[in-house]
Design a protein around this ligand. Structure first.
Ligand SMILES: CCCCCCCC/C=C\CC(=O)SCCNC(=O)CCNC(=O)[C@H](O)C(C)(C)COP(=O)(O)OP(=O)(O)OC[C@H]1O[C@@H](n2cnc3c(N)ncnc32)[C@H](O)[C@@H]1OP(=O)(O)O
Length: 281
């Protein structure tokens, strides 16, 4: 039976999906029929963006850029969380050298994703606060599963979202909506996100979200790839250049912010709140 199945598989030209790379915290799977790469974050429990996950994300994006994939779909292996955003432990009582490497890597990874030459889409299969929302809004298209939340909640943590977080948010939301949501640190439900345009579509499952993302990428099938990619890059050039020009200053601002005792106190209380929530249930 096993042999028969294997023969059939070989006769059909091999598996439909190839795991081309397994980094420690991400995998890249290229569909050999569509040529679309699925980039999956896999850092349990919440895909907190720490230095290592950011490094793996960057190297997976580079690989997808290099292997001539027709598009990139970003998703998560967790059934309930796309990404909980930046790993707060990278900012709470930090080792300053690691903190410097962490923020520089975040900048690097964002530049690679937002500036990617291939079409990008996010299959948001779980909660997506702060840095998770940054990843999603850096893609060109978003499909989200119901009953989750997405948004830039930095003000709730006593922090200010950097300009480039705001740029990605503003590339999706109207100015007025973006400003109000940022000031409030508002988290949108899937339905609210659809209504304001923070996401493009909803889907009933991760699989359906991936299919819808693939359909979006398919809309470029008849468009000249070079013209499409240069148009995207020109459209995003000002946002990308703004960070490239101000990278050093942005890093110093971040290091200054996390070294403030009031911020450390706030982060401690926030983390405690997250843990208490677990005990209460
Ligand atoms: C240049 C100018 C200055 C710049 C200043 C800095 C600007 C950047 C600032 C912020 C960006 C960020 O991304 S900060 C992170 C924001 N994220 C959040 O607020 C999300 C917090 N988490 C949650 O709301 C929930 O965990 C969840 C909805 C994502 C999932 O809920 P669930 O009930 O499924 O899981 P738990 O809450 O039980 O969490 C499990 C486990 O994970 C820990 N956890 C959760 N999120 C984080 C996180 N972001 N970082 C670190 N750890 C996290 C949580 O405490 C639990 O831990 P324990 O199992 O040990 O209890």
């Amino acid at each position: 039976m096993l042999h028969t199945n294997l023969s059939r598989l070989l006769a059909s030209g091999g598996p439909k999906r190839l795991i081309s790379t397994v980094n420690k915290l991400t995998t890249v799977e290229v569909n050999d029929k569509t040529g679309i790469a699925i980039l999956t974050m896999n850092r349990p429990p919440v895909n907190g963006l720490n230095l290592e996950l950011l490094q793996d994300l960057k190297s997976s994006i580079d690989e997808i850029e290099g292997n001539k994939s027709r598009g990139l779909i970003l998703t998560s292996s967790s059934p309930t969380i796309f990404s909980a955003g930046l790993d707060i432990l990278e900012m709470y009582k930090p080792d300053m050298d690691r903190c410097r490497a962490f923020w520089s890597q975040l900048q690097e990874t964002w530049l690679a994703l937002y500036g990617s030459s291939v079409p990008t889409a996010a299959a948001i299969n779980g909660h997506s606060p702060a840095g998770g929302c940054l990843l999603a809004t850096s893609c060109e298209y978003r499909v989200m599963v119901p009953k989750f939340t997405i948004g830039l909640n930095e003000t709730q943590l006593g922090m200010i979202a950097p300009q480039w977080f705001m740029s990605a948010f503003l590339s999706v939301l109207p100015q007025r909506e973006a400003e109000r949501a940022l000031n409030q640190g508002r988290m949108f439900t899937t339905e609210e996100a659809l209504r304001v345009g923070l996401i493009d579509e909803t889907a009933n499952s991760k699989e359906e979200a991936i299919e819808k993302c693939a359909a979006f990428i398919g809309t470029f099938a008849k468009v000249n790839p070079l013209a499409r990619s240069l148009t995207k890059q020109q459209f995003r050039a000002a946002d990308l250049q703004q960070l490239k020009n101000g990278r050093k200053e942005d890093l110093e601002k971040f290091l200054f912010t996390v070294s403030q005792p009031a911020l450390q106190k706030g982060l401690g209380i926030y983390l405690e709140g997250l843990k208490k929530k677990v005990k209460k249930q």
